[in-house]
Design a protein around this ligand. Structure first.
Ligand SMILES: [Zn+2]
Length: 309
């Protein structure tokens, strides 16, 4: 085992309903009342500090969702303005990205009283303006790159995500104009864990068996090879159950092939093991790394401890 291995079990908090494949205020309320208490309870049980990325939308409509994480010592971070397709950081021009970043930072700081320095793009969608926009608006840490994740073609903005294949694996200072390349900084990229498949809640729920293999691989890499931090990504909306309401799949793509690939298959698969089963599966992920003496911490604390910021 290297000196110390880190496990960053990060959370994206938003109003996305996985069951309905849509953004819904009713889901936001369930995230506040059911999803977040479940997650916070898990973190208390295992004595874990972690980072919560909030969309500005959920923070504005349900500010308690932000306030509830502070007392346990978690980090408050930005997940952009909202998950609306037009607010994706791969389609917005520079000035609009800056406005969204600055507004969400201020909103979260006003609610939490914490300085907000970390960012993750909604759906990990970014472009060449995102690094300079983050730097100019005072962010210090990004975690929107999933290095060596190979299922990019199934997700929105797939072509740009080809750059995941060549992005460095270990945390790095980014280039001024690209989150995917090493540069002079000052922005530090802490990539999400992936080994062909991403180590995230969705994979954990859909393919629990394959997730074990990915997990073993990234553990061996971290402990034997290079000390790469484990960066998991979970959503409190994975712990809620909306199956009492009949499901109408809303259609996001107009092109029939991408509708089939991205909307239909994804929404069929993505509802697997939501709710109670997700809790059990998530605890298994935590226990695996807890048993192996990983240090569970926030992105900000990890970067400070390693002198990145
Ligand atoms: Zn998200």
């Amino acid at each position: 085992m290297l000196k110390s291995s880190f496990a960053l079990f990060t959370n994206d908090v938003e109003t996305t309903s996985i069951w309905f494949n849509a953004l819904r205020d009713e889901t936001g309320l369930k995230v506040l009342k059911e999803g977040m208490p479940v997650l916070l309870d898990i973190y208390q049980t295992y004595n874990i500090k972690t980072t919560f990325f909030f969309t500005g939308y959920i923070a504005r409509h349900f500010p308690d969702v932000v306030k509830m994480v502070i007392k346990d010592g978690h980090e408050v971070a930005s997940h952009g303005k909202s998950h609306l397709k037009e607010n994706g950081f791969d389609v917005m021009p520079f000035e609009r990205q800056k406005r969204h970043l600055a507004e969400t930072k201020k909103l979260l700081e006003d609610i939490s009283g914490q300085e907000v320095v970390s960012f993750r793009a909604p759906a990990l969608r970014v472009n060449e303006y995102t690094a300079p926009a983050l730097i100019e608006t005072g962010y210090k840490i990004d975690s929107s790159v999933a290095s060596q994740r190979f299922d990019f073609f199934l997700s929105f903005g797939g072509i740009r995500k080809l750059k995941w294949l060549t992005a460095p694996r270990l945390p790095y200072y980014t280039a001024q104009d690209s989150l995917f390349k090493k540069g002079e900084g000052p922005l530090i990229e802490v990539p999400l864990s992936a080994l062909f498949l991403p180590y995230v809640g969705t994979t954990m729920r859909i393919f629990p068996g394959i997730t074990k293999i990915v997990r073993q691989g990234i553990h061996l890499e971290s402990s034997r090879l290079n000390g790469k931090p484990i960066v998991f990504d979970i959503h409190p909306n994975e712990f809620i159950d909306e199956s009492d309401e009949p499901r109408i799949i809303s259609r996001r793509s107009n092109n029939p092939i991408s509708y089939l690939l991205q909307d239909f298959f994804r929404s069929q698969l993505k509802v697997k093991n939501l709710g109670g089963n997700a809790i059990l599966l998530y605890k298994k992920q935590i226990e695996f790394f807890a048993k192996r003496d990983y240090q569970f911490t926030t992105l900000k604390a990890y970067c400070k401890q390693n002198d990145f910021i």
